[in-house]
Design a protein around this ligand. Structure first.
Ligand SMILES: Cc1cc2nc3c(=O)[nH]c(=O)nc-3n(C[C@H](O)[C@H](O)[C@H](O)COP(=O)(O)OP(=O)(O)OC[C@H]3O[C@@H](n4cnc5c(N)ncnc54)[C@H](O)[C@@H]3O)c2cc1C
Ligand code: SF4
Length: 329
């Protein structure tokens, strides 16, 4: 057996389960110790180095670190690693003087980043202090990408987004917002040394069932509907709402519907409760808001009258498993 090489960060990543499980390998125990000592700004800076958006992630991270937390083996719940990140972000002092300053000397390389979502902003944060000349191009009026246009404000307020996107935008970046890149060729003609395509994957799934077209005025695609709320184009919804789907987008839709006037809001899912893609806490939050989740119902048809949606027909199913464990509904 080889001696342990404690100079290799990989060793600590492997023995500290939560840190290893975090995609950004955030040094979780270190920042939690700092919070316990009341050193919120220091805890924030540890996070900022690793995961760029601590205040945002402290609210919306999918927290793969928590199922890995060892306390979960001896207690009912793991340490609330994600929410502790929010604690550090909310209680910190002004940390702006501790952020990298815009490079005083440029290195002569120009980079265009298409999209100003978390991917491009992270590239900008890492490269701007090294002297790269960065241009951010986004078709929206502000940075943040889907964090701004999709994640509902009750989960992630604009103030937190503005603050953390702002830390990066202030690093001397050129911003070309409200501009859509329609031709990579014309951007290449601008003579950048590199172009980073951070345009995301903003497409929802439609459900092409009988009645879809006829009742179209009352049927919305989750991701488009959420951005319409975010832009202020949608401010109300009918009293009875059905949300189809079992992922986190569905959870955001049902909770948004509740806030826009939906009184009888239900989530209907083809699969069972345990197999739903939504994170356990997202399901819990929806149920705490009196939104029932109905499982094993497969939508068959949108019913309508004079162009108005009147209901949805479902087929009740059950899960059967073959010898190899493959599921059939
Ligand atoms: C409803 C919903 C809820 C979510 N909730 C969470 C959550 O709680 N936690 C979590 O971690 N993740 C969540 N996500 C996922 C998260 O938002 C994305 O993973 C993340 O935003 C992807 O970042 P990105 O930078 O790759 O792309 P995006 O955030 O999509 O940013 C891409 C940017 O590029 C712009 N753009 C695209 N094409 C062009 C073009 N041709 N020219 C100029 N600009 C262009 C877009 O307008 C956008 O601003 C959620 C997603 C959705 C849809
Ligand atoms: S909350 Fe998210 S960013 Fe923070 S340690 Fe866990 S997985 Fe990493």
């Amino acid at each position: 057996m080889r001696p342990t090489d404690i100079s290799d960060p990989g060793f600590f990543h492997k023995v500290v389960d939560c840190q290893y499980a975090c995609p950004a390998h955030t040094p979780v125990p270190e920042y939690i110790r700092l919070i316990a000592a009341g050193r919120y700004s220091d805890a924030y800076m540890i996070n900022w180095q690793s995961n760029v958006f601590p205040g945002i992630l402290g609210r919306v991270c999918d927290r793969p670190c928590e199922p890995a937390c060892r306390r979960g083996r001896v207690e009912e719940q793991p340490v609330a690693i994600c929410r502790l990140k929010r604690v550090a972000a909310d209680y910190k002092d002004d940390i702006t003087s501790r952020l990298p300053h815009p490079a005083t000397q440029k290195n002569g390389k120009r980079i265009a980043l298409i999209g100003a979502g978390p991917a491009s902003l992270t590239v900008a944060r890492d490269l701007a202090p090294l002297g790269y000349d960065i241009t951010l191009i986004d078709d929206g009026k502000a940075g943040g990408g889907m964090m701004r246009t999709q994640i509902p404000k009750f989960r992630l307020p604009d103030s937190v987004l503005d603050e953390e996107c702002g830390y990066i935008e202030q690093m001397g970046l050129a911003r070309r917002y409200n501009e859509r890149v329609n031709s990579l060729k014309s951007l290449l003609d601008e003579d950048y040394d590199a172009i980073f395509v951070g345009t995301g994957a903003p497409r929802g799934r439609d459900l092409d069932l009988p009645g879809r077209q006829e009742a179209g005025a009352n049927i919305h695609l989750g991701i488009d509907w959420l951005s319409s709320i975010s832009f202020g184009h949608v401010t109300a919804i009918g009293k009875r709402v059905i949300v189809l789907g079992g992922g986190n987008t569905a959870m955001d839709c049902c909770r948004s519907a509740r806030r826009l006037g939906g009184e009888d809001v239900k989530v209907v899912v083809r699969s069972g409760f345990e197999e739903m893609k939504a994170s356990p806490w997202e399901k819990q939050d929806a149920m705490h808001e009196d939104i029932p989740i109905l499982n094993f119902l497969v939508p068959k048809e949108f019913t309508h009258e004079s162009g108005r949606l009147t209901g949805i027909l479902f087929e009740k199913v059950k899960a059967e498993y073959d010898a190899k464990g493959a599921r059939r509904l």
